[in-house]
Design a protein around this ligand. Structure first.
Ligand SMILES: [Mn+2]
Length: 288
């Protein structure tokens, strides 16, 4: 008997990316599909993504961006969340209905796949330890064992880092499906993980589905906040380049004494990073 499951995560309000993955998943017709968190925030179409995901009936696991939006909705974040910088996240909160916020609150923090004759799989947003503790290639074996060794299932799938990852050690197996809506591995295609279970073992296939990104850029333009919130510009630039820019943008501004939430600062950052190899983590030192 052959079983197939699909795991996708980090849709982040990017509806065209989710629709591309949805079509690819339907072609492969897996037996189970699990969404490993961060359906919302960052991208311009959070509510549309949440509704599209819920329409599939697939189980969804809680992510750190669901947590962030719920904290903001509950007034549990410091005052600086009132700045224009965070306007996109406040818009997410305003756009969601009370019923949708309740749905997010009720999401489980993990999902376990048990198929007779196959190793059990624990699916979380980050790691079994925390929502924001992602699994990635930069971890030493010891760090990875610390992160996943506490799980009772031999296989752990965690997302959050927006980079596909696959490492086996000491009877444990860590996998990361990469991101649907905002990959950071230099490949702008919408990414997810397909697992085929057969003859007592799972075989992973990392899928990367190309899609037209023009509609998501148009959706960003329609929000009206691209010139008010530089975090929105950074999130859009991350989708364009499939590279993590948020921390390096903040570092870039700090090193030069630039105001973070100014279009001029973002334009300078964009010009300075045009030729950087996609997928590389960027760090900036002051220029003298
Ligand atoms: Mn994420």
């Amino acid at each position: 008997m052959r079983v197939r499951i699909a795991v996708l995560a980090d849709i982040h309000g990017n509806l065209p990316a989710f629709e591309a993955v949805l079509a690819d998943i339907r072609r492969h017709a897996p037996d189970q599909v699990i969404v490993a968190g961060d359906v919302i925030n960052r991208g311009p179409q959070s509510q549309e993504c949440l509704q599209a995901v819920r329409a599939t009936g697939w189980p969804v696991v809680f992510g750190n961006h669901e947590e962030l939006v719920l904290k903001l909705a509950g007034g549990k974040l410091p005052e600086w969340w009132e700045s224009d910088w965070w306007l996109p996240t406040r818009r997410v909160v305003e756009s969601l209905t009370g019923e949708e916020l309740d749905y997010l609150r009720a999401l489980p923090w993990h999902h376990v796949v048990r198929v007779p004759g196959l190793p059990a799989i624990r699916i979380v947003h980050g790691s079994p330890r925390a929502l924001n503790d992602g699994l990635g290639f930069w971890m030493t074996d010891e760090e990875l064992l610390d992160a996943i060794g506490g799980a009772e299932e031999p296989i752990v799938i965690g997302a959050h880092t927006h980079r596909p990852f696959d490492r086996q050690l000491n009877g444990h197996w860590a996998l990361n499906p990469g991101a649907v809506g905002a990959p950071f591995n230099g490949n702008p295609a919408a990414q997810y993980l397909l697992l085929t279970g057969e003859d007592g073992a799972w075989q992973p296939e990392f899928r990367a589905v190309p899609y037209d990104r023009a509609p998501v850029y148009d959706a960003w333009e329609r929000t009206g906040y691209l010139n008010a919130s530089m975090v929105a510009q950074v999130f859009k630039y991350e989708v364009e380049t499939a590279t993590f820019h948020l921390m390096s943008y903040v570092d870039f501004c700090e090193a030069r004494g630039l105001a973070e939430n100014a279009l001029e600062s973002f334009s300078r950052y964009r010009a300075a990073t045009q030729d950087v190899v996609p997928g590389r983590s960027l760090k900036f030192k002051p220029d003298h």
